[in-house]
Design a protein around this ligand. Structure first.
Ligand code: NAP
Length: 317
């Protein structure tokens, strides 16, 4: 049986599954391992099942024992792993696509609704008490007829677009490549972000964090939006330059933000906490029981497939 280090505690069903297939090392206290602890604990192991909280950078990967042949990431995003460093060391990296798209799209829609309809202020007022209904009390932005820009119209972006369309939003998107008509489902393609942002009353960021997308929302690009636009991010915090977004929110250039992900999680930029129109969540995208089990099971199956066949359909390097 292959010996696998599993860096974070999984839901019991998934740990039971792992025990049937491998000789697993579990993290029973769900301690956040340091990089050096991951290196130490992986001695004698054949693979590691990592989470997005594990920073598998070049330095860490280079010190892993030569017995490690696979890093199976418990996430669709793999910005926490240096893919080239893994490839150079002969380590396959896999991810868990598709199984989390529905749950993450739900949170993507929640961010749009929460930011546009002033949910943070509403919740605070309801808790504080003493609020009075009036015709102009906590007036928000209605989605019907509003233009939604999707930055990264992939698995999650397309699901968000479909739900948003059913709410009456008009969909625009940017990817590096144009989709087939079938996948576009009536959305309008923009071949650059300036063109997309300029028609986005609301933006939903759904692309991966890469060198190309890092700080794509910045001091310059925030000016491309119509005044009073809403920016939401269900993808990764690295795509947004926080200072630029916070400044735009304070100036009311940007009306509201809906955020599930941040740079340096969980230590988000404190500027967001002072902004009433920021609707912020603690990285809940895939957080439903069914989805977390499906993700962990897929991460386990990826390892099994790799050792049985020498490759894996979800290999990303
Ligand atoms: P996906 O199917 O691979 O879609 C990504 C989309 O982004 C593709 O359409 C891709 O199109 C586009 N893209 C990639 N690089 C781009 C660039 N430089 N400029 C513009 N568009 C670019 O991925 P997914 O499954 O939808 O997941 C998307 C991301 O969501 C993940 O990478 C992950 O970071 C994040 N996520 C977050 C949560 C959460 O808990 N909040 C949960 C799941 C996923 P082209 O290749 O044509 O450019």
């Amino acid at each position: 049986m292959k010996k696998i280090l599993i860096t974070r505690k999984l839901i019991k069903d998934s740990e039971d599954k792992a025990s049937k297939i491998f000789n697993p090392i579990f993290n029973t206290n769900d301690e956040l391992y340091s990089q050096s602890k991951v290196i130490d604990m992986s001695r004698g192991c054949d693979g590691i099942l990592t989470s997005l909280t594990d920073k598998m950078d070049k330095g860490t990967i280079s010190k892993l024992p030569d017995t490690i042949k696979i890093i199976s990431n418990f996430a669709v995003g793999f910005g926490n792993i240096d893919l080239n460093a893994a490839k150079e060391k002969g380590i396959a990296v896999t991810n868990t696509p598709d199984v989390l798209s529905d749950a993450t799209a739900e949170i993507g829609i929640l961010l749009i609704l929460g930011a546009c309809r002033r949910a943070s202020e509403g919740i605070q007022s309801a808790k504080d008490g003493g609020w009075k209904w009036s015709a102009d009390y906590l007036i928000g932005k209605q989605l019907t007829g509003t233009r939604l820009g999707v930055l990264g119209m992939g698995r999650i972006g397309q699901k968000i677009a479909r739900i948003a369309k059913s709410l009456g939003m008009v969909i625009h998107y940017h990817n590096r490549s144009k989709l087939s008509e079938d996948k576009e489902n009536g959305a309008t393609y923009h071949d650059n972000i300036k063109s997309l942002f300029s028609v986005s009353d609301v933006l939903s960021i759904c692309c991966p964090a890469t060198k190309e997308t890092e700080n794509m929302i910045n001091k310059e690009t925030v000016e491309y939006f119509p005044k009073g636009a809403v920016i939401t991010n269900v993808a990764r915090g690295d795509i947004v330059d926080d200072d630029a977004l916070i400044d735009a929110l304070n100036r009311r250039k940007i009306y509201a933000a809906g955020l599930d992900v941040y740079k340096n999680e969980p230590n988000l930029n404190p500027g967001y906490l002072k902004i009433k129109s920021a609707f912020i969540l603690p990285h809940l995208g895939s957080a439903t029981k069914d989805t977390r089990i499906a993700m962990a099971n897929l991460a386990i199956d990826n390892i099994d497939e790799f050792f049985n066949t020498g490759s894996c359909v979800n290999k990303v390097n």
